[in-house]
Write a protein that binds this ligand. Structure first.
Ligand SMILES: [Zn+2]
Length: 416
C-alpha cells in the first residue's frame, strides 16, 4: 500500500512538472519593440545595377532602409550609387567575391560549390569583406548565401559552410525558403529568405499575415528593382508594402537584417540576465521614470516566487510582499502603472502600494489569463527627493488562490 501510494505521488509530481513545462513552452513569447507584432526586412542580392540606379532612390523617398548583399566587382560599376546608399543608411552585406553556386547552373561551373573547400570559402568571404570595406568604408556584418547554397564539396566529402558564416558574420540568409524566422528560436547563421521577385503585393500580404500571427521575422529577398523583367522586385509592390508597413495599425517593424538581429540578440541577453532576480536600488531613467521591475524587487513572504520565464513575481498568500528601494532625484507627483496578469477566477482581490504616507489602493482587474500581461494606471503618488521604500502587498487575507503575477510598476512624472 505504502509503495503504491508513493508511486502515485511520484506520478503526480511528474505530471505536474510536465504540465509546468508545457505551460512555460506555451508562454515563451518574444516581444518586438514598441508593441510591434512582426518584423520585416527587405534584402537584395548581387549588387544588380537597378538597385543603385532605381531601387535605392525609391526606398529613400520613403525613408526605408534595406539590406544589400554585394558582390564587390558588381558594386564597383555603380560606385557613386553605392556610396549614396551607405550615406543614406542602407545596410551593406557580403555576397562573396565569385558568387559560387552549384555547378548544375552552367554559368556557375567555373566556381562550383562542389569544387570548393571550407578554407577557400573562408578566404573568399574575408576577401569580399575587405574589398567592400576599401570601396565603401563599411565592414559587412551580414551575409547572404549565393543561390542559397550552404555546402561545399561532393558526396562523403561534403561539408556545410554555415559554421564559417557563423564565425565571420552576425547573420547568414538563405534563399527560396518556405517560412519566416522565429525570433525566439532561429539560428542567425541560417536565416530564411523568402522570394519577393516577380510578385504583386497581394502575393506578399499572406506571408506578412503569417509572420504577424506568429510574431515572426520575415526576411524578403530580391534581385533587380524595377517593374518588369526576370528576377525583378516590383517597385509597385514595394510601394504598397511600405505603405502597409508604415501604417501603425498593422504593427510592423520594417528594418534592415542587422538591425533586427541585434535587437533580438539584446533582448535574449537581457532575458538571460534577469533569469534570477537581483534586488537593487531603483533610480530614474533618462526620461525621469522609475521602473520597479520584478527583477529589481526584494521579495519577502512564505510563498512568493520569482518566475524567470515570466520575469514576474507569483503571489500566493496574504503575507507575501515585494519591496523596492528607490533613490528619487527629483521629487513630484508620479503616474503609477501596474503590469500584471491574473486569471478571471482569481481577479478582484485588493492590493496596496505604499511608501510612508503615500498609498494607492486597488483591486486586481481581469487581464484575460495568467498568460496575458496588461499595463494600466492605478493612481498617482507623491514622492519627495531622497530614499524611499516602496511596498506592494495584498490588502486583505485570502484563503486560497493567488493575488496576481506582478511584472512591474512604473512611475512616470505626472502630466508627461
Ligand atoms: Zn546572388
Amino acid at each position: 500500500m505504502q509503495s503504491c501510494k508513493s508511486t502515485a505521488f511520484l506520478f503526480l509530481i511528474a505530471l505536474s512538472l510536465l504540465r509546468s513545462e508545457i505551460t512555460i513552452a506555451q508562454k515563451e513569447t518574444f516581444k518586438w519593440p514598441e508593441g510591434k507584432k512582426t518584423a520585416i526586412s527587405l534584402s537584395f542580392d548581387d549588387a544588380r545595377g537597378s538597385q543603385a540606379t532605381k531601387g535605392i532612390p525609391f526606398l529613400d523617398q520613403y525613408n526605408v532602409k534595406g539590406t544589400f548583399y554585394l558582390v564587390p566587382s558588381a558594386a564597383e560599376k555603380q560606385l557613386t550609387g553605392w556610396k549614396k546608399a551607405v550615406a543614406s543608411g542602407h545596410e551593406i552585406g557580403n555576397h562573396s567575391v565569385n558568387h559560387p553556386c552549384s555547378g548544375n547552373f552552367a554559368w556557375a561551373r567555373p566556381n562550383a560549390l562542389e569544387g570548393y573547400t571550407l578554407e577557400k570559402m573562408k578566404a573568399e568571404l574575408i576577401d569580399a569583406n575587405n574589398q567592400i570595406e576599401r570601396m565603401l568604408g563599411v565592414k559587412p556584418e551580414v551575409f547572404a548565401y549565393p543561390c542559397g547554397g550552404t555546402f561545399v564539396g561532393r558526396g562523403v566529402n561534403t561539408k556545410s559552410y554555415i559554421p564559417v558564416v557563423a564565425e565571420l558574420f552576425l547573420t547568414g540568409r538563405g534563399w527560396l525558403d518556405e517560412g519566416p524566422n522565429d525570433p525566439a528560436f532561429c539560428d542567425f547563421a541560417q536565416l530564411t529568405g523568402m522570394e519577393m521577385d516577380g510578385k504583386d503585393f497581394e502575393q506578399i500580404l499572406p506571408l506578412i499575415q503569417q509572420a504577424r500571427s506568429g510574431g515572426q521575422w520575415l526576411v524578403l529577398a530580391g534581385h533587380e528593382m524595377g517593374e518588369s523583367g526576370g528576377q525583378t522586385t516590383r517597385l509597385s509592390m514595394l510601394k504598397k508594402l511600405i505603405e502597409y508597413a508604415q501604417d501603425p495599425a498593422n504593427g510592423i517593424w520594417l528594418a534592415p537584417v542587422g538591425t533586427v538581429a541585434k535587437y533580438i540578440q539584446t533582448a535574449k541577453d537581457e532575458k538571460k540576465e534577469v533569469a534570477v532576480n537581483k534586488p537593487e536600488t531603483v533610480r530614474a531613467a533618462a526620461d525621469g521614470t522609475y521602473s520597479l521591475s520584478a527583477a529589481s524587487g526584494k521579495a519577502t513572504g512564505p510563498k512568493i516566487q520569482f518566475m524567470p520565464e515570466w520575469n514576474a513575481f507569483g503571489w500566493f498568500t496574504a503575507a507575501d510582499r515585494v519591496e523596492w528601494d528607490m533613490d528619487v532625484s527629483k521629487g513630484g507627483t508620479f503616474d503609477v502603472t501596474l503590469e500584471w496578469s491574473v486569471s478571471d477566477e482569481e481577479a478582484g482581490k485588493p492590493f496596496v502600494l505604499e511608501t510612508g504616507k503615500s498609498v494607492i489602493k486597488g483591486k486586481t482587474e481581469k487581464s484575460g489569463s495568467w498568460e496575458t500581461f496588461k499595463s494600466r494606471q492605478i493612481g498617482q503618488i507623491k514622492l519627495s527627493p531622497g530614499k524611499h521604500k516602496m511596498v506592494f502587498r495584498p490588502d486583505s487575507k485570502f484563503e486560497k488562490g493567488a493575488l496576481l503575477d506582478l511584472r512591474g510598476i512604473k512611475l512616470s512624472p505626472a502630466g508627461k
